[in-house]
Design a protein around this ligand. Sequence first.
Ligand SMILES: Nc1ncnc2c1ncn2[C@@H]1O[C@H](COP(=O)(O)OP(=O)(O)OP(=O)(O)O)[C@@H](O)[C@H]1O
Ligand SMILES: O=P(O)(O)OC[C@H]1O[C@H](OP(=O)(O)OP(=O)(O)O)[C@H](O)[C@@H]1O
Ligand SMILES: O=C(O)c1cccnc1
Ligand SMILES: [Mg+2]
Length: 567
Amino acid sequence: MTTTCEDNEMNNSGMDAFSIQNYRRDSTHCFYQNRVIQPLLTDLYQITMAYAYWKSGKIEDQAVFDLFFRKNPFHGEFTIFCGLEECLKFIKNFHYSAGDINYLKSVLPEGIEEEFFEYLGKLTAKDVTLYALDEGSVTFPRIPLMRLEGPLIIVQLLETTLLTLVNYASLMATNAARYRIVAGPVAKLLEFGLRRAQGPDGGLSSSKYAYIGGFDGTSNVLAGKLFNIPVKGTHAHAYITSYSGFDELVTRELPHRESGATADLLELSIEHRKNLSSVLHISTQEANDGELAAMVSFAIAFPDGFMALVDTYDVKRSGLLNFCAVALSLNDQGYRPVGIRIDSGDLAYLSCLARQNFITISEYYGLPWFAELTIVASNDINEETILSLNEQGHKIDCFGIGTHLVTCQKQPALGCVYKLVEINNQPRIKLSQDAEKITMPGKKNVFRLYGTEGWAVIDILQKDDEDPPEPGKKVLCRHPFHESKRAFVTPARVETLYKIWWKDGAIRQPIPSLEEVRNRVQESLGTLRQDHLRHLNPTPYKVAVSDNLYNFLHDLWLLNQPIGELS
Ligand SMILES: Nc1ncnc2c1ncn2[C@@H]1O[C@H](COP(=O)(O)OP(=O)(O)OP(=O)(O)O)[C@@H](O)[C@H]1O
Ligand SMILES: O=P(O)(O)OC[C@H]1O[C@H](OP(=O)(O)OP(=O)(O)O)[C@H](O)[C@@H]1O
Ligand SMILES: O=C(O)c1cccnc1
Ligand SMILES: [Mg+2]
């Protein structure tokens, strides 16, 4: 299903997201565009180069650029490609306004010819062609995620913005996908990172790409509204600490869900707390009355969605006892509480303790659902914490994750680069002391070869004019730099990874919905063997070049590498 105007309007239930100042609705494709994404969101040197290209008569030059990265992030062996939809919106709307041109006149050195500004004012990306992988695909170092062809000046001018749109989106989706892998398919994952994100745009992007990468929802309300992502949340310690005793409770009554008969929820809870004290062998002496009052008031506000933070004073001696007392009172009034959140202490131990108490109560009171109450854990959780919790054994149903997820603390940037690989049909190569950094010259195509068991075996880059590999036919796959590293692969299936997304001034494929991209991530990861995905020392996935491309690359390398002289 692709996103249509109607879908968006329905999804947002008539809300006025379109009027939000910093987001605009694209007239044809009806998706939001952050207004910050515009041609001046670039590095000055792109515009300086544009002038120098223009001045030296390179207006008609045709260029090909590849956008790729050299190393998978987070010590992993895979990356999720994201950001394509944003790139397409940017390319589609690429145009310098009169205000942009005036600003550029004010910052560029004096003496720049007026005709250049006239040229810039008319510039669009209509002559650009964009090839790219599907958004949400798993990918690897050296695979060009995108290939851009078109007039040198415009394709050069796109560089920085495309990089900023792909780098963080892909890093974030990869990070989220890694959390999903360690948490397993069942645990719920909520993104709580807005307050710790790299500013408001970072916060919105992280919520979007965390969802795409496999999270179940976000606490970020605007992200929910703009991207139609499920929004979820509990409450903060402030809510609990805002009460210090029973007498601060203004409302105590809660009508029964069916009969409407009112009961004093505080009285019921105090009574249940007394009984629970002997059932759970916890003294009521140390249970905090302010905490109970806060929980009662929250339960009255949300009798159908009661979820309480239990670690404000002491999970074992206060929070759990108070929560269970209020939960039983809600049950008396015909409601089903939801669960607890633990935000400090030993999350393995406390979640097991909570689950044990829930089971005891469920058996004692004959309430099977009590054993199944949701346990949410938060507090500086990262991949390693989840792995460690898994080893220890825990009873957490849902992880709320902020700082480590959205700031990508383990690796704060994906190093995507944008390199010229061909100009006027002539290949270009960028040499480096470090062979791994040498660029792959020329227009290339990329294929994924699958084995008989359905796993992805290898990705192969070929020259654009080569015939694609065929199922059942042996393909020579070569390491791009090590002559002796070669293998024959007979694929059971061949996947062409590129599609043309933008050509002749129009988007050429249906834009997948957020849900489709999210599904694509899991489907794509599902084709990788487990050893590529494991946390510790994962096996690198092979990215090869065809024999033709190998020879082409090495011939050009020798041609361009000066021969040193020893004296
Ligand atoms: N069982 C566990 N195994 C591994 N790591 C855990 C476990 N329980 C909690 N953690 C992690 O340990 C860290 C504990 O943080 P910290 O030392 O600040 O303690 P805290 O419980 O938050 O303390 P405070 O009560 O003072 O806020 C957090 O990053 C948390 O995710
Ligand atoms: O820990 P994170 O992964 O970043 O998840 C988000 C955190 O945000 C909240 O804490 P808050 O800002 O209230 O402060 P705190 O860290 O002192 O609990 C919440 O209680 C989580 O602990
Ligand atoms: O809803 C929550 O529990 C929440 C939201 C943001 C940050 N920490 C927790
Ligand atoms: Mg915290």
